[in-house]
Design a binder for this molecule. Structure first.
Ligand SMILES: CC(C)(COP(=O)(O)OP(=O)(O)OC[C@H]1O[C@@H](n2cnc3c(N)ncnc32)[C@H](O)[C@@H]1OP(=O)(O)O)[C@@H](O)C(=O)NCCC(=O)NCCS
Length: 167
């Protein structure tokens, strides 16, 4: 399937918010007991409006056809601020992406990612990075297929109450 991938505009921010809300529910909400799945609805309109308007950020929406009005996926990314420890590295960060379950496995995610790679290159990036839950095996397979390989590993250990315990 050839999806139509376009830059999001301030008017299409509600579509970004809707897709991010579904992503939080499906991904972080299932894998991180501390995740606030209400964040996109609460803070998303302001956050994504800033991202859409930013010079160093990218917000994409995928549609099944040019005349469609309902997005079937999104991707957001940004160019990371220079890191004094890695002064020559310019990193394009793939911050978030999702494709509607009914449109997965037919190339929509790849179309979004390729647009992100082109934008990151044009923006001067020489690396791209993405963070995924290690339990999200399908996303990790998807990213590996695009050429990403594991680089750093973040380890967590509980040292206090769990989120379902009373304070
Ligand atoms: C990850 C995701 C964005 C991929 O989008 P997609 O449109 O399904 O991806 P594509 O159709 O372009 O798949 C390209 C390749 O990725 C790999 N891939 C995609 N889904 C996969 C899965 N469920 N299991 C294993 N590999 C998978 C395959 O290698 C596929 O290549 P193929 O066409 O030769 O089979 C989508 O599955 C999704 O939205 N998942 C839920 C949200 C999520 O986890 N987002 C990422 C958070 S970090």
């Amino acid at each position: 399937m050839t999806a139509v991938v376009v830059r999001a505009t301030p008017e299409s921010v509600p579509q970004l918010v809707a897709s991010a809300t579904s992503l939080f529910a499906e991904d972080g909400g299932q894998r991180d007991p501390w995740m606030d799945v209400t964040w996109p609805r609460r803070e998303g309109p302001g956050y994504y409006t800033d991202l859409v308007r930013g010079n160093d950020s990218l917000c994409l929406l995928a549609y099944p056809a040019a005349d469609s009005t309902t997005a079937i996926g999104h991707l957001t990314g940004r160019i990371r601020q220079a890191d004094p420890l890695r002064p020559a590295a310019v990193v394009g960060v793939l911050e978030s992406m999702r494709v509607d379950a009914s449109h997965r496995g037919v190339g929509v995610g790849t179309a979004l990612a390729e647009e992100f790679f082109a934008w990151a290159r044009q923006s001067g990036a020489n690396q791209v990075s993405v963070t995924a839950y290690s339990a999200n095996e399908s996303a990790v397979s998807f990213y590996r297929g695009l050429g990403f390989t594991p680089f750093e590993l973040t380890l967590h250990a509980p040292i206090g109450r769990s989120p379902d315990q009373p304070r």
